[in-house]
Each structure stands twice: as C-alpha cells, then as structure tokens.
Design a protein around this ligand. Structure first.
Ligand code: C2E
Ligand code: CA
Ligand code: CA
Length: 534
C-alpha cells in the first residue's frame, strides 16, 4: 500500500516536472523565435524608411525641375521684373523651393526671386560643387554649410546662362522616424559621394561602434542618396511584443504539449508489458497446495500454483494473468522460471521425503513447443531432482492445439521418467478421449463432481467410473477441491486415493507448506488403525 502511494507520488512529481519544463522550454524557444522574427521585421521596416526618404528627396527635385522648365519655356527674358515677381509667388507655394535664380556661366547671380537665399546657399563663394544627374544638363549643388538642408538644382539652358532652384529639404526629414526610434536615430540626405545636405537625429548615439543597423539607398535619376541608422538599444526596443500575452500563450501551449508528452511517457504499461517485467523481476512466485492421502491424511505431494506478488505486496491470482500469459507466449518463460524456483526451494524437502511428488501445470501450447522436454530436463537436472518426482499436469479444459504431437511428447516424457497428470478430468468436451490418448499416470477429477459427491448420483457414478478406469490403467486418482470432511469420507469410500483441497490447506508459500507437513506428520495415523478414516 505504502509502495503504491509512493509510486503515485513519484509519478505525479515526474508528470508535473515534464509539464513544467515543457512549458518553460516552449516559452523560451517561442520567445527566441518571436524575437528573431521581430529583428527581421524591424530591419525590413528600416529599409522601407530609407526608400521613403529617398523618394521624398527625388520628388522635391522633380518639382524643382518642373518649375525651372515652366520658367524657361515662355520667353528668353528671364530677368524681367514682372516674370520674377510671378515666379516668387509660385515658388512660395511650392514647398521646398526657396528661390529661383538666373546665373552666369561662372556661377555669378544675374537675377533672383530671393537674393538672400543665394547668399545663404553659397556663403560668399559663388562656386559650388556640381554633380550631374542622369539628364546631364541638370546638376545638383550642395551648399557649403553641411546639414543646412539647402542645395541647388541647376539647369544649364544655354552657353550664356543657367537657371537654378534653391531648395530647403530640412522638413522632409522631421517625421521620418517612428516615435520609438526618434531619440536615437539618424537620417541623412546626401548629394554626390559624401556631401550631407540634410540631417535629422543624433549622431552620437548612432556612432559606427554602436550602430545597430544602417541603411542607405541611392537614386538612379539624381546624384542623391539617403542613409539611416539607429542605435543598438532603440533598435532592440522597437516594436516590442506584448510580453504578458505572449508568455501566457507560450506557457499554456508548452504545458499542453508537456501534458501530451507526460501522458505518452507515463502511460501505464500494457498488461503484457507489465507481466513481462514482473517475470523478469521475479514477482511470479510458486505457492504449494498439498496433495494428501485421503485415508492417512499424509501429504504425498503438492501442486505448484503460481501467484503474482506485486511490489506493493498485493497478491494476484492466476485467473487474472494466466490468460494473458497464454495468449502472449509469456507462459513459456513464466513456467520455466517457476519450475526452476520451485525445484530449487523444494530441493531439501524432496530429499527428506523420497516419495513426494511435485506437480506443475503445463499449458498445452507450451507442451508441444519444440525442445520443451530438453529444456525441462536441463532445469530439473540443474536442481538435482530426478525426473520421476515431477508431475506434468495437462488440463483437459482447453482443446490441445496438436493432439498427435501432445501424445508423442507425453509418451516421450514418460520415457524420460516424468509423470503425466490429466487435470480437470470431466470438465472438457472430449469425454474420456484424453485418458485414452494420453494414458496419464494421474487422473484429477474436476472439482465440479467433488462439490456434489455423495449428494448427486450422476456425480458419484462418474467418480466410480474414473476410479475403475484408474485402477485398470494403473493411474492414481486425485479428487480436486475437497472442502469438507464428508466429501473426504465419501471419496475415500469410493476408492479415490488422493485429494487436494481447502480441507487440508489452500495453496501456501513454502514456509507455511513445510510447517503444515510437520503438523500433519504428527497427526497422521496409519490407515489400518483408523476406523474413522477408513
Ligand atoms: P487448477 O490447475 O485446476 O488449480 C486448482 C485451482 O483450484 C487453484 O486455483 C486452487 O487454489 C483451487 N482450489 C484448490 N482447492 C480448492 C478448494 O478446496 N476449493 C476451491 N474453491 N478452490 C480450490 P488457483 O490457484 O487460483 O489456480 C487457478 C487456475 O490457474 C489453475 O487451475 C490453473 O489452471 C491455473 N494455474 C495456476 N497456476 C498455474 C501455472 O503455474 N501454470 C499454468 N499453466 N496454469 C496455472
Ligand atoms: Ca492443476
Ligand atoms: Ca484442476
């Protein structure tokens, strides 16, 4: 009992451990997977942001080019006051454009809608760097002041002059980053290989040593490119998963999987598996039921009946596992170990009582297996007992799988010295056929006749027939299941020699069996001097 409770406790703890560790592992692995997914998603978003910023810059330049085109088309009188005024009004509404100017080939200002912007851009020196676009007559010129947002789109329209738009694209940047990144991110718009025209963000937190991610994109129409970078920390903290729900889902899914695993791992073994390991662990033990002389009450032998003594102390009776043993073939190793064990523990008793016989129940399917007798010989020889002390009980309750083979084996067994007993005689469907075929040395009358012996005439008649048959064939007749003194007396009168039954003893372990023999030895009276028993 205590062992069962301990086992249950152990299984419960093991199950809980499996479920908990699965929940833990699953949550951790799930979280790691989600985090790597988030990293990839964040990278893709940054790449998209740099594309968007580039597009904004290109659009601003496109507008400038279109505006310049409008200006050149109608007349050549570019520095006409009226034309400049109209233009100033137009550029005012066109977002990034701050000035339209006409320039001499050396870059000197000829006229402008907002001359102050010209000064701001050039900071005194009229010559600015020039970077050609795909359309080579359009040139981009960054201002001298890095990051001012100012640059010029210049269109060379003739030998004598060019027209140029001054743009401020600072405002293109301001909402480019999502709030979570804004504090530690940097965006730059560059013209040519490295002139930074506009800059948004914090250079320090995105310094190369700690830049988490940097992206750049370059235009194929204009010599303009953008670069984006974020710090390690802001990139790591960007777009976080909702921690609570994710952990809860991970833990629940993990626990469910753990439950499945625990169920599979801890599924109780099948009956066959359980029996197999019980045999291996030696949990199947022999019990002994005495066979006694119906007159003297002296014990003349015993029948070995198997019991399954579980580790928790429970004793399981053969009707619960013999059918499984027979169906699975485990009956063979079970019987072999049982014979080994019984003979080894009975060895001294067999020496002390030279007439004592020990009977084993042999399943018919086992009997007809090749090598059955050779293996039995080995086991018996190892125990040091002569074959003549061994009785093989074959039940007539079930049909023999191969009667011819059974007859051959039993006759060979007899030659080797074993005695053959026909168990449950009268309980089968073969009439007296088995007696005729197997020629047993012992005929055991089935308990159902003994139960009613002396009260049902037909039973008495059958007992009489079997006793006569036994005498004719030289077989000992044994009555099974004698429970009362009346039954013993009736059977004894009917000429039955030996008996078995609760009247003398139930099947018991060896120690009890030995004590019983000693007690009965003391009580036993010689047959002739016992008027009561005769
Ligand atoms: P069985 O060979 O006919 O064994 C006799 C059964 O009757 C035993 O039951 C025994 O305990 C029971 N018995 C004996 N005297 C009395 C009595 O006076 N009254 C009553 N009511 N019962 C009595 P057990 O030990 O439970 O065995 C049941 C059956 O299991 C056996 O019937 C036998 O067929 C099978 N069995 C037992 N041990 C083995 C074994 O080692 N090998 C094989 N193949 N079968 C076995
Ligand atoms: Ca038996
Ligand atoms: Ca029997």
């Amino acid at each position: 009992m205590a062992v069962t409770i301990a086992m249950r406790g152990y299984r419960a703890v093991l199950g809980a451990l499996i479920v908990a560790s699965s929940a833990l592992v699953f949550t951790a692995a799930g979280w790691a997977g989600l985090e790597s997914l988030r990293g990839q998603r964040n990278l893709a978003q940054l790449e998209e942001l740099s594309g968007q910023l580039l597009q904004r810059a290109e659009l601003a330049i496109d507008y400038a080019v279109i505006t310049l085109g409008d200006y050149t088309a109608p007349s050549n009188d570019l520095c006409n006051i009226e034309a400049l005024r109209t233009l100033r009004q137009q550029t005012f509404v066109r977002g990034a454009i701050k000035d339209i100017a006409v320039l001499a080939p050396d870059g000197q200002l000829m006229c402008s809608t907002a001359p102050a912007q010209f000064d701001l851009l050039t900071s005194g020196s009229a010559r600015l760097a020039e970077y050609e676009s795909r359309n080579t007559s359009i040139v981009l010129q960054p201002s001298h002041t890095e990051g001012s947002g100012l640059f010029r789109v210049l269109w060379r329209i003739g030998e004598t002059h060019s027209i140029a738009a001054t743009l401020n694209i600072d405002m293109l940047m301001f909402d480019i980053f999502p709030a979570q990144l804004r504090d530690e991110a940097l965006a730059e718009i560059r013209i040519g290989p490295g002139d930074v025209v506009a800059r948004f963000g914090d250079e320090a937190s995105t310094a190369p040593s700690q830049t988490a991610r940097a992206f750049s994109a370059a235009s194929d129409r204009y010599p303009v490119s953008v670069a984006l970078a974020t710090s390690q920390t802001s990139f790591r903290n960007w777009n976080p998963w909702p921690l609570g729900p994710v952990l809860a889902i991970g833990a629940i899914a993990g626990a469910l999987i753990g439950l499945l695993v625990a169920q599979t791992v801890m599924r109780p073994p099948s009956p066959v598996e359980a029996l197999r390991s019980a045999i291996r662990r030696g949990e199947l033990v022999p019990y002994y039921q005495p066979v006694f002389d119906l007159v003297t009450l002296r014990i003349v032998g015993c029948e070995v009946l198997v019991r399954w003594r579980r580790r928790d102390g429970e004793l399981v009776f053969p009707d619960r596992f013999i059918p499984i043993a027979e169906a699975s073939g485990l009956i063979v190793p079970m019987t072999e170990r049982l014979v080994e064990q019984a003979l080894s523990e009975m060895a001294p008793l067999l020496v002390e009582h030279p007439e004592f016989k020990i009977a084993f129940n042999i399943d018919p399917s086992h009997l007809v297996q090749p090598g059955f007798l050779d293996t039995l010989d080995q086991i018996v020889a190892q125990a040091g007992s002569p074959n003549s002390r061994i009785v093989l009980e074959l039940t007539e309750r079930n049909a023999f799988p191969d009667m011819k083979q059974a007859v051959a084996v039993t006759s060979e067994a007899r030659k080797r010295g074993y005695r053959i007993s026909l168990d449950d005689t009268g309980a089968g469907h073969n009439g007296l056929g088995h007696i005729q075929d197997l020629k047993p040395d012992v005929i055991k009358i089935d308990k159902k006749f003994i139960d009613v012996a002396g009260t049902v005439e037909a039973a008495d008649a059958i007992i009489e027939v079997l006793v006569n048959l036994g005498q004719r064939m030289g077989a000992v007749v044994v009555a099974e299941g004698i429970e009362t003194e009346d039954q013993r007396a009736t059977l004894s009168r009917a000429g039955v020699a030996h008996g078995q039954g609760y009247l003398i003893s139930r099947p018991v372990p060896l120690a009890t069996f030995r004590a019983l023999i000693n007690d009965l030895e003391r009580l036993a009276k010689p047959a002739k001097n016992d008027p009561q028993m005769a």
